[in-house]
Design a protein. Sequence first.
Length: 352
Amino acid sequence: MTEEKVLAAYQPSSVHQPLGSLDIALLLDSLESRGIDCKALLSSLGLTHIDWQDPNIQLSFADKLMVFKAVNRLLPQEGLGLWLGQQARLNHFGVLGYVLATSANVLEAVKSGFKYLRLNGPIFSVVLIQDSDEAIIRIENSLDIGEMLPFCCEYFFSSIVSLFYQLTRQPLKVHELRLSYPEPIYDLCSHGDKYQQRFACNVEFNQTFCELRFNGDLLHEPLKSHDAASLEHYLSSCHSIMASLGSPSIFSNQVRAMLYQEPGQFPSIEQLADEFGCSSRTLRRELSKEEASYHDLLAEVRRELAKELLLNTDISVEDIGERLGYSDSANFRRAFKSWMKQTPAQFRQRLS
């Protein structure tokens, strides 16, 4: 029995790490092509500030999960992730797509893609593994995305198939698709087996991992679009964009991270100032330089934690309010309604 060798890996460090939005842009652009009013959809979720056409926009884990749940409620039992992945093209992924296209071979494209995958913004971990003569792309549900795992796996694996064809001009011959969740209902409908139609391989459900297996020799397939000079330029651009995502050198990001560490017992601005070795006045001034404030950052952290708990748990609204440091549930409800234009119960019911 051969030992698996990890060739590349992507690991989101935390559910509170800001994520790129290229996958959301592809999703919303594709839905608009089907006549869905995505501005109205985002507005209904309290996300009117999001311009999904801006490749530099960042989203929180909770906001991504919220959008994914909303579109799956809008188009249930369709195998939506499989269809979205079919729409994927290199130009949907901005400078990251150019990095893939100008790489020397498939393996180098995957390595670079995983290194800068945060620009795309998956809410799960993913690794590329060499196992004897097979290559394996494995998704690991490290952030516990719950019922959205099937959709996210469909979207990611289906996109891999599309992008492989874009890079090599040949179809990816998948040996086997293994999935850790039960067989979805739409596979049993009159439209036939959607997984078989998309991947043309044996599909096994209720497995230990979610993984796509194919011939390892394909990793060394040279890319005709390889351009070393252009690749260096695009890699530099990716590095610069990545450096701006949640940079620890940004003062407000440090404060935000410290607030996330103490949910329910949030440190006061005076306590935070002590941690930084400065006065509260200096801390306020430094945050102001970044157009931020302690009050706004605390509200943001409470909002994101509230959305995560409402989306991913059955904890009562009263207990969530208490966990977030509110003196009573009425204060929490008022705060949540001011953020999301709906009550916590309405938010949970709409996306359950």
